[in-house]
Design a protein around this ligand. Structure first.
Ligand code: ADP
Ligand code: MG
Length: 584
């Protein structure tokens, strides 16, 4: 028997307290206020998820990495902090990569963290479990990519990833964490000291006073000015200065899809209902956090009126965005918060509002278009058409302006974007710059998790098919999400026939009269099948009030809808050898 004397040192004094790679990654994220992880567990990150939960992080496990990634990117857009997506190696990494590339394209901050196999085996291509040179593959698809090999570099590695994601033009960052990193041990105190709390991760970028002066000068001389806000303006969270600038200047404005609600769509200066008129006739267009990409026909073509008839001012954080599609006469490079406050300051006391001619033309057109639409939105018919159904959902959001709206599909997207008015900033999440299908459930989950508000996801039946399994995730976490499927039996419409006459159905149609509502019931959520706008309104209102996971199968006339929605011009059609089938 050994006699323990009081003088003998305790174990802690002999062996210093230890930490490891798992805990250092968790501590580094938490230190930087990143407390939610979207991911799918598996080798080598299963234990990581467990420990993150133990350490108080919220870990949302998905059924497929792509949707975890879309959730992380939506979280990035909503919070201005990088959304974190966690995946396993090779296939899981690749699934997450689609979302990372999408985040980068949309300028949303996100960090994809993937476990990876042993470097030595990967580099010699000796065939490891899930072998893949993930870092090399990620690099061209994101803003920055890093690998951490040693536990003592975790603090710096995560700091770099955060800065790369949120500074300047935000985007996706890949962080490669080889399996061997996680169990690496180091002394607790040294580990703690190695962590970095990132100070001012997205520093203000102040525009040059001369650039502001130039822009105001162009604006002052305009006879038919227009401002276009893009999702960069929504992201910037400069809501107050943007509203003050708009109201003080009296300028008419358009809001791009995800910028809707930055100012209410019902604002008297909104030119949303006279979109074609203002795009065509404006003489000066000021872009704020909106790119002149395909979504704005590159700033040229028929929709923009006579070539050379306009001058463009552009406010953006990315200098290379200027002149990317067309000449920008007044580039203003800086963060939107700093730029808008400088523009507001520069308006001065004797700013002249735009000529009455221009505002009157816009208002007349708005009234005409709103009048034309009103009747169609009230139609309470069976089967429903898009307008009748969207009229009902428009009421739901009007009554709940703080609810989140998610929207994807073809006709379902194009028509909902125009019909459902938004009243508050950053309430609308949709297919973004790529027009990618399948963002719906990931976005809805992030919207619920990040905001705690009820979420309405308006989904085409095809779009939903890309992410439908995540309704189980919605039920598992009991999230306040109401999914509405616009079920018209197919892609664009449900009436196409197989031109060859074989018994296979056409490529664009689905099972007729499918009951998506029963998917939700399978996991304990509420499923409702509706056939009229009144039923749709009641079912969705109830779901939004109760906060219970709900899926409403909205039966839409299979003949309603046009091919490719509003972007049929991008869809090439064969002019030879066509027999039957698709209708335009
Ligand atoms: P939309 O599709 O809504 O028109 P885009 O994604 O095309 O919007 O454009 C967003 C623009 O906003 C990008 O050019 C991006 O560089 C810019 N941006 C994003 N965040 C900021 C910010 N904080 N300050 C300035 N510009 C920003
Ligand atoms: Mg459809």
């Amino acid at each position: 028997m050994t006699v323990v004397t009081k003088l003998e040192p305790s174990r802690a004094e002999v062996e210093p307290e230890l930490t490891d790679g798992f805990h250092l990654v968790i501590d580094a994220l938490k230190l930087n206020g990143l407390t939610t992880i979207y991911g799918v567990p598996g080798i080598p990150i299963t234990d990581f998820g467990r420990m993150a939960q133990t350490e108080g992080m919220r870990v949302i496990s998905f059924r497929h990495e792509q949707h975890a990634g879309y959730a992380a990117s939506a979280a990035g857009f909503l919070t201005k902090k990088p959304g974190i997506c966690l995946t396993v190696s090779a296939p899981g990494f690749l699934n997450g990569l689609t979302a990372l590339a999408n985040a980068t394209t949309n300028c949303f901050p996100m960090i994809l963290i993937s476990g990876s196999s042993e470097r030595e085996i990967v580099d010699l291509q000796q065939g490891d479990y899930e072998e893949m040179d993930q870092l090399a593959i990620a690099k061209p698809l994101c803003k920055a990519a890093f690998r951490i090999l040693h536990a003592e570099d975790i603090g710096i590695g995560i700091a770099r990833a955060i800065r790369a994601a949120v500074s300047g033009r935000p985007g996706g960052v890949y962080l490669d964490l080889p399996a061997k990193l996680f169990p690496q041990v180091m002394e607790m105190e040294a580990g703690r000291k190695s962590l970095v709390k990132v100070i001012d991760p997205a520093p203000a970028q102040i525009p040059a006073p001369s650039a502001i002066e130039r822009a105001l000068d162009v604006l002052k001389k305009a006879e038919r000015p227009l401002v276009i806000f893009g999702k960069g303006a929504a992201y910037a969270q400069a809501d107050e200065d943007i509203r003050s600038f708009v109201e003080k200047s009296g300028l008419p404005f358009l809001q791009m899809s995800m910028a809707k609600g930055l100012l209410p769509d019902t604002h008297p200066q909104s030119a949303g209902a006279a979109r074609s008129t203002v795009l065509k006739n404006a003489d000066v267009v000021m872009l704020v956090g909106a790119r002149l990409n395909w979504l704005l026909s590159h700033g040229k073509g028929k929709s923009w009126g006579e070539p050379g008839s306009k001058k463009f001012i552009q406010i953006d954080i990315e200098p290379k965005e200027m002149d990317s599609n067309i000449e920008i006469v007044a580039p203003v490079v800086g963060d939107i918060g700093s730029c808008m406050s400088a523009m507001l300051g520069g308006l001065g006391d004797n700013w002249k509002k735009p000529p009455d001619d221009w505002t009157n033309t816009i208002n007349a057109k708005k009234e005409e278009n709103i009048g034309k639409m009103a009747g169609r939105l009230k139609k309470n018919s069976t089967p429903m058409d898009f307008h009748g159904a969207l009229g009902a959902l428009r009421r739901v959001i009007k009554e709940r302006p703080d609810a989140m709206l998610v929207n994807e599909g073809a006709n379902t997207l194009d028509l909902a974007r125009g019909i459902i008015d938004m009243y508050q900033p950053r309430k609308r999440l949709d297919v973004g710059t790529w027009g990618v299908m399948g963002i719906g459930m990931g976005s809805a989950i992030a919207a619920a998790v990040e905001t705690g508000k009820p979420v309405l996801a308006v989904e085409g039946d095809s779009a939903f098919g890309f992410c439908g399994m995540e309704v189980e995730t919605i039920c598992r976490y009991n999230l306040p999400v109401c999914v509405v499927i616009f079920n018209n039996n197919g892609i664009y419409r449900g009436t196409d026939t197989n031109p060859s006459g074989s018994s296979d159905v056409a490529t664009t149609v689905f099972v007729q009269n499918a009951r998506y509502d029963r998917m939700m019931e399978a996991f304990g959520g509420t499923g409702v099948n509706v056939t009229t706008p009144d039923e749709l309104y009641s079912a969705v209102s109830e779901a939004m009030t109760s906060g219970k996971p709900t899926l409403v199968n909205a039966v839409i006339d299979p003949a309603a809808g046009t091919e490719s929605g509003r972007i049929g011009n991008l869809n090439p059609q064969s002019t030879v050898g066509k027999k039957a089938g698709g209708k335009k």
